[in-house]
Design a binder for this molecule. Structure first.
Ligand code: ZN
Length: 494
């Protein structure tokens, strides 16, 4: 017991200096998330010890981890941002050609410069890191690196090796960190290293180098500019200097950017990249990246502070600042100044007529201003020009619901479910729409699913049980209901 307290205090002090800048909810969040992680790890440790961690065990850890992530982390869950991240993730997945896992990328609303790969293909990128990135290729270099840890199963082999050394120590150390807080997964595990403990769950230098080399190959394969990798390392170096003693969590697990730069430079010489442009890259797909990064910026920063910066940028003649108009339009919408927002979005649409998605953005602005018919018209137009856009389809469903066209909205939303399986708002809208249609049982099902995805396990269980009892025994929803109810039961036992 004394030993536990000792580790707790030690870590708590260490944590204090590192976490001064993090938001309070994250400390709490990580506490719970990690407690969960430890329990699962311990629960599995016997079999891990005996035969190495199986893919199935790793998947189970990932799934259980997602339950606590949903409960405790603030994720940007948005069909627009998810759609973009899924596209990039699928590109890495294709290059990786890994038989083990599907990559699933999540954006965490947190100002830390951090990204991590958790067991079973889950990749988390914090908005603080995204806000420092300047091109899609830089973002890809982070995804490729994390994806390489996943495909090489580095974390699984760390957990496995550590449990072989001493399960008891793993338990104590992890429990200690749980009390002190600290970012989940790789960064958090590295935190225990920083505290001077004996165990080694941190990625080794070899793991890092393997991930960088794989990422380099994949970047080439994807036709991405590999010099973006160097640019990211430069950023890391700069950020660690700027933050004066506060080491960004990413750097705890990815130490020594200077050394990593060296071997990437060697790779560039030995194995030249035809796409290298030498400046960290501005690619053809820059429009989507810029739109994405302005959205993350306006969602994650104080609107008032951002306003002056974006106003200045938006009036700059430099073409690379043009999309600041899009960010500024988002801010005006937040302030309820729809007229200014419409004008700015109009300018962006004129500049990029080849991107109908912008019409959806304008439609949302109309909808917020109470102009339902105009909103429906322009979002329909966007949908007919770009027929496979989840973001547009979701917004169209919202407008249709507001106009009272439940049937068409339900069809659209049902089609979206498999494409955006983590997005709880689809279930929320389906729950409302089914209730309005008098389909109470289906409404319970969707409200249950919404609660499940938002981490409200009790409410989820109540609604799903209600749906399960009243739906026919051979109904297609029954299988999912049974599976989720059993996951909830298991989680509550932990
Ligand atoms: Zn790494």
């Amino acid at each position: 017991m004394n030993q536990i307290m000792g580790i707790k205090n030690h870590l708590a002090q260490n944590q204090l200096s590192r976490d001064r800048m993090t938001r309070p909810y994250l400390n709490r969040a990580n506490h719970f998330a990690l407690s969960f992680f430890i329990l699962i790890t311990l629960g599995l440790s016997a079999s891990v010890h005996a035969q190495g961690m199986t893919i199935q065990a790793e998947k189970e850890i990932g799934e259980q981890m997602m339950i606590s992530v949903r409960q405790q982390f603030k994720l940007f869950n948005d069909p627009d941002l998810t759609r973009y991240m899924n596209r990039l993730g699928a590109e890495v997945q294709k290059a990786a050609d890994s038989p083990y896992f599907d990559l699933r990328v999540f954006i965490v609303d947190d100002k830390e410069f951090n990204a991590f790969a958790a067991p079973s293909g889950l990749i988390f990128i914090h908005s603080g890191l995204i806000n420092s990135i300047e091109s899609e290729d830089e973002l890809m270099s982070v995804l490729a690196h994390e994806g390489a840890h996943v495909a090489s199963r580095h974390l699984a082999s760390r957990i496995e090796k550590s449990t072989k050394v001493n399960i008891g120590t793993v338990a104590l150390v992890l429990a200690g960190i749980a009390v002190g807080g600290g970012p989940l997964s790789e960064a958090l595990i590295a935190g225990s290293m920083a505290a001077g403990t004996a165990m080694n769950l941190k990625f080794s230098r070899d793991d890092e180098e393997e991930a960088d080399r794989l990422a380099y190959d994949w970047m080439k394969k994807m036709g991405r500019d590999t010099t973006a990798m160097l640019e990211m390392m430069r950023k890391m170096r700069r950020i660690s200097v700027m933050q004066m003693g506060h080491v960004p969590p990413y750097l705890l697990t990815h130490p020594d950017p200077a050394q990593r730069m060296n071997y990437i430079q060697d790779l560039l010489q030995i194995n030249p990249d035809p796409n290298a442009r030498g400046n960290g890259a501005k690619t053809m797909t820059d429009f989507e990246f810029q739109r994405f990064s302005y959205r993350i910026l306006t969602l994650s920063k104080e609107p008032d502070k951002l306003f002056t910066i974006l106003q200045k940028k938006a009036s700059s003649p430099d073409p690379k600042d043009f999309m600041a108009r899009f960010g500024l339009a988002e801010l005006y919408q937040k302030k309820g100044n729809f007229k200014e927002a419409e004008t700015l979005l109009g300018e962006v649409i004129t500049r990029y007529p080849e991107h109908p998605m912008l019409k959806t953005d304008l439609g949302i602005c109309y909808l917020q201003a109470g102009k339902k018919d105009e909103a429906a018209k322009i979002i329909q137009e966007s949908n007919s020009q770009d027929t496979n856009n989840e973001y547009t389809q979701y917004q169209l469903a919202r407008v249709l619901l507001q106009k009272g066209d439940q049937a068409q909205a339900i069809t659209l939303l049902e089609n979206l479910l498999p494409k955006l399986p983590e997005f709880s708002r689809i279930h929320y809208l389906l729950g409302q729409a089914q209730a309005a249609q008098g389909e109470t049982t289906l409404s319970h099902y969707h409200i249950g699913m919404q609660n499940w995805l938002e981490g409200n396990l009790k409410a989820a269980a109540i609604h799903l049980q209600e749906a399960g009892t009243n739906l026919p025994i051979d109904d297609s929803h029954q299988k999912n209901i049974r599976e989720i109810l059993s996951k909830i039961k298991k989680a509550e036992r932990q």
